[in-house]
Each structure stands twice: as structure tokens, then as C-alpha cells.
Design a protein around this ligand. Sequence first.
Ligand SMILES: [Zn+2]
Length: 498
Amino acid sequence: MLLSNVINAPAPRAAAPKPPAPQAPGKDEVFSYNPQDRLVMTTETKVIPNVRPGDMGPATDHVMLREQLEKVNDQYVYGNDDPRQNSALAFASAANTINSFLEVFPEKVKWAFKYDKLLVRPNCGEDFNANYKRESGTVNFYMKEDPVRHAHVHSGASGDIVSHEVGHALLDAIRPEYMNAWGPEPGAFHEAFGDMMSIHMALRDDRVVQELVKQTGGDLSKPNLVSHMAEELGTGVNNSPGERKTGGPYLRDANNSFKWEDPSKLPDEKGTPDKLGWGKHSFSRVWTGAHFDLLKAMVSERREAGMDPSQAVKESNQELFKMLAHMILESPHGKFSYRDMAVAFIQSDKMHNEGKRAELIQKVFTERNILPADLPTELLERDEASRRAVANARLFQSDQTPSFETVPVVLGPSLGQFSGAVVDVPTGLDEGLFKSDHLQSSTEADIARLVKAGKIRYNDPHYKMKDADVYNPKGEPYEGVVTWQDGQMKIERLHISC
Ligand SMILES: [Zn+2]
């Protein structure tokens, strides 16, 4: 969610995957639930369907809590002062996010890791942070005290944050190559996808919609609890001396006016609340802002047609959530830019929605400078058969590990101690990238940028990485680490998204 000081690295799961045992039928269970966080909303309850006891804690078909929770009065519902409430909140939000996405995504989803369930770890140490780790198949949540409010801020108790991290896991399941890309835009899109999931999940909750309408009267360009991400954690960050300020009582705000700029020309990684950086959290704000523009336009259209604000918000949310799922279904393979993704968004609308929103998408993404004003119209048409053939060749090929094409690039002399290292770059079958030297120069520029930001770890030959070595001295996860094979240096991608 946010890069800062991560204290405790999770141990990998001990048990190897077991063959599926015959399972008792699951049942509806009631959990403590908060679609926002304790700063914004009171905690209430939600029924999670098809829950059964897992070997580590309550589980559905797709997700498991790594904590055995004792039910109280036959429910997983706990008071605000009961630490079990944090665990129940994290699990309920994760299960609800996955169930909701699977309702709108038209294909089967298989995790990018080797386990059948995403593991929710609610108590991973002290930090204002949360992350998804592919290698361990976990979403990990942390706690830190807000020094002004004296509240213990549990990232797993925030619906926004849990949906964001689970969003990383879902996108990783569908397009694993995005977490293997080295350029700024795939990483930033991953972050935007997390925030889009938070927005859509929040708006599926009636209490949130009610509060949103109270705050805005249905004009979503006004400050509101849905566009504000992770309010309690953001406030904790802002109240802590030495932390970077976020610009308001949130971690990020989807109501923004950032326009696309070439990230390779942005000098700063993290930017500021008002200035874009090339780093993934900062640059994600452009895409999330455009997505929220779509929502605003769709709500306005319904209200102008006479619909009441709550209904307009709910219907627009459901429509846009489906559009997002269709975009991901038709999204580029391998290395991509925001522009490629926006083209896929329009194409997917033509393929799955009769092009009803194609014009709106083009307008919004052109206003955000993501699409050029003179976009050739033939780009927006796609031969569905060829596209599906490519997608089918790649999706869910293996039972164990995700599969995609990569092209090895050997780094040239400008990369200092990393010169000569081999870097695998994911490419799409439908791309002509590797036919030119563009891949060489863009990969070298991507790695150089990460080296400068301290995101590539050098290791001597024969060095054995320890768990804590995946974090740099600032406590941020490395993007890549050096490994050696038969005297050949390689930079391997790490798969951690905060
Ligand atoms: Zn993230």
C-alpha cells in the first residue's frame, strides 16, 4: 500500500500443497466487517458465504485466515477492543473482495502462486503498511500507533487496504507478467488496480453509498470517503514526524487532476501530493484519477436522466466494475504502457459492451493525456478471434507456475556493476518490441532508474539471500536482486507489491 519501514519479513508457508481432501460443505458465517476503516465508519457485520474451517483458520475456496478464530455466540464478531476483530475484518474484506471480483470476471482465475488459497496474515509486525507477496501467496498486514490519535492503526482493519492488496493478488493471477515488468507503467497500473478495487468494493456497500451521498449530494468531484484511500492509515502517516505527507486525511485521492507525463522524464521517484513521480504509487494516481472520472461522468449522466443519487452511484459502480473486469480480460500481455491499456479498454468495451462507453473512455483518457488526440481509429478495432487465441495460449497453462514469454536482455556497459547482467523482459506475442533495439535501450533505462532509487540489490556470487534481504536499507522491497548461474550475473524480479 505504501512503502515505508517494514520490520518483519514473513516466513514462507511450511507445508507443501496437499492433494485436495474431501471437504465438508461450507456455510454462511457472520464476520465483523468495515467497508472503510474505524476513522470513517463504525464496524458492523457481514455474512461471508461458503466458509469452512481451514487448517490454519477460517477459509473459503479461495482465501484462508492464518489464525484460528474462536467464534463468539456462533459468530466471528468481536468488540472494538478485541484484537480478534482485526483478524476477522481482514479475512471478511479479503473474501468479499475475491467473491465480488469473481462475480464480474468472466473467466476462471487461478492464483499466480502454488497454493490454492490466498493466505491472510493480519499481524505481521509494526508499520504503516501492507503488502502482497507472490512467493508465499500471502497478503500481509501491519500495525502502528498514530502518535496524535493514540489509536492502533491496523492496515488489515481497513477495507480499502485489504481490497487494494487482494487486488494485487487478483491481477497477478490474471496477468502474472505485469509483476515481472521493469518499466514504471505496469507497476503503477498494478497500484491503480488495487485502488480501483477499493473504490468498487466500497461502493458495493449501502452504508458507504449513503454516506457518500450525504457528503456530496451525488457530485463525486466533492471530497468524499470513496475517493479517499486508506483514511486512518494516511492520517497516521501524516501525524508521524519524519514520514512523507500525503496531502490530506488519506493515503491517496482518486479525485485528482494528474495528467500523463512520460515517466522516464520525471526526475523524482515519489513526487509530492501535487507532483507526479515515476514511482508506482505516485504514478498510479493518473490512471486511478481517469477511472474515477469515468465513474463521475456515469453518475452525472444517470442523475441528469432523473435517477436519485444513491441509485445512480450503485448502478454506475456495477457498470464500471464490469467494464474494469472486461478490460483486464482483454488487457495487453507483457510489457505495456498506459496508452496500450487505454486502447485495450476501448477495444474491450466494443467487444463486450457494444461500444456503449467507448467514446466516454476515449474522451476521459485523452483529457488525461494517456491517449493522444489523434489516435488512429483503426487501433481501436480488434480482430476478436486473434486476440482470444493469444489470450488462450497464455492463460492458465500450468498447474504450478504462471507462464508467459520473456526475452533476455544483456545490460550494456552503462550499468556499472550490473553491466553484463541478464534481465528477462516479459513480452507479448502480439508485440513487435523485440524486433527493434527499443527493448534494449528501454530495459537499460528502466534498470538504471531502479538502481538509482536503490531498488536493485547486488549480491556477490555464492551469496545466500536471507529473508530480510528483500528489503533495502530504507525498508522498501527491492524490485530485483542479483543471482549468479555458472558465472553469469542475472537480475531476478522479486514479486512484492505494497
Ligand atoms: Zn499496492
